[in-house]
Design a protein around this ligand. Structure first.
Ligand code: 13P
Ligand code: SF4
Length: 369
């Protein structure tokens, strides 16, 4: 492909300039108009980390688990404009019928954690693990991973997990094999395994870049192999934030997402998925005080929705997920206007070959959730 071809491809998929000239009111009323026109033919799922300017148009809001469950039973929609990130749109494509089309309004909405495990690294690491431990390992992957990784896991008897069902899935996995490989988030893997009674000394970290293990004990004692990946948003909450808050606001409860580090989760009062965080605050007493360790769009929304409670971010500088924030009102409108003109832009389509195996891992999760 030469430079001119690249420019042409970019101009087809990137946002035309006129969207920066429209007012918010104009864009909102156009989105409403197109939604009305399409009715049940168009469905907009929105993850809790999305901006208010797009989440207001979501037909369903949820954490990764709920959105996957909704997509798996989506009847009428012909088009699914996914307000979330790339791996979620891939999951939606695999769980919906082949005639249903999934659109990601901005293709730059990836996930840095999902990018930390690619399929070649996984195949290479798996070979090394088989050489050491033989056929004793079951792979589990957080849904925050590429379709190819989900396919690899499905092919090897394993399953997907989300932060909402990780305990249950890890418990199931140990009924299948002696050891678990947990991809790609070492923190969710470690935090979940500790809850089930696995000791820190029984967990090795696999570093994909060097194809080596960070582990000082005897390999025979390893029960969980943690892929060395993390969320660049949740790693911004640290133990210093917890300690400062405990000194300044001793009565404040600390509630964090399990993508935070082990130290932060241990030092907090509660940890759970985005859905757990929302439900905990819904059930909290008026006047109670909460410091939340998760993405800032959700924290800000919780503040607005609970004026009777004090809610702050555990990190005073707030932690945005830059890729979630790629999905904004102009991109949503652009993708819907294209649809109105009969053109599907930014379609996410996973190959049949990958889908076949990835569905095994997704279905093993959904039937246990
Ligand atoms: P959950 O919605 O499953 O809690 O996941 C959080 C997240 O980081 C999504 O990318
Ligand atoms: Fe990925 Fe973290 Fe953003 Fe979730 S919050 S999409 S895990 S980078």
């Amino acid at each position: 492909m030469d430079v001119l071809d690249i420019l042409e491809v970019e101009s087809e998929v990137s946002l035309p300039k006129r969207y920066s000239e429209l007012s918010v009111e104009e864009m909102e009323s156009r989105v409403k108009e197109i939604k009305n026109k399409f009715g049940e033919r168009l469905f907009i799922p929105g993850h809790h980390y999305q901006k208010d300017e797009v989440i207001q148009f979501a037909d369903a809001r949820g954490d990764s688990l709920k959105l996957a469950q909704i997509c798996a039973s989506m009847g009428k929609a012909e088009y699914i404009a996914f307000c979330g990130v790339h791996f979620m749109a891939e999951t939606a494509d695999m769980l919906t019928r082949p005639d249903q089309k999934v659109i990601l309004p901005d293709l730059r909405a990836g996930c840095s954690m999902a990018d930390m495990a690619d399929i070649d690294q996984t195949e290479r690491g798996w070979k090394k693990m088989q050489d050491i431990w033989g056929d004793t390992i079951l792979p589990l992957t957080y849904v925050n991973s590429t379709a190819a990784i989900k396919g690899f896991v499905g092919k090897n008897g394993g399953a997907c997990v989300t932060s909402g069902n990780a305990d249950k899935m890890l418990e199931w996995a140990f009924t299948q094999k002696e050891r678990i490989l947990f991809l790609p988030d070492q923190h969710l893997g470690r935090n979940t395994a500790v809850k089930l009674g696995v000791k820190l000394e029984e967990m090795a970290v696999y570093a994909p870049l060097t194809n080596s293990f960070e582990y000082e004990g005897d390999f025979e004692d390893v029960k969980v192999i943690l892929w060395k990946g993390h969320c660049s948003v949740h790693e911004k909450f640290n133990i210093q934030h917890v300690e400062n808050l405990r000194k300044q606001e001793p009565e404040m409860k600390i509630l964090v997402h399990p993508e935070c580090t082990y130290d932060v989760v241990q030092a907090s009062d509660l940890a759970g998925s985005t859905n757990f965080i929302i439900e905990t605050l819904n059930a909290a007493e008026p006047g109670s005080k909460w410091a939340i360790g998760t993405e800032m769009n959700l924290v800000n929304r919780l503040k607005d929705e609970h004026p009777d409670k004090t809610i702050v971010s555990l990190n005073p500088f707030m932690c945005p997920c830059l890729t979630m924030n790629r999905i904004d009102l102009p991109h949503l409108l652009w993708s819907l206007e294209k649809l109105e003109q009969g053109e599907v832009v930014n379609q996410i389509s996973v190959s049949h070959e990958v889908t076949k195996n990835a569905l095994l891992s997704l279905e093993r999760m959904l039937e246990r959730s």
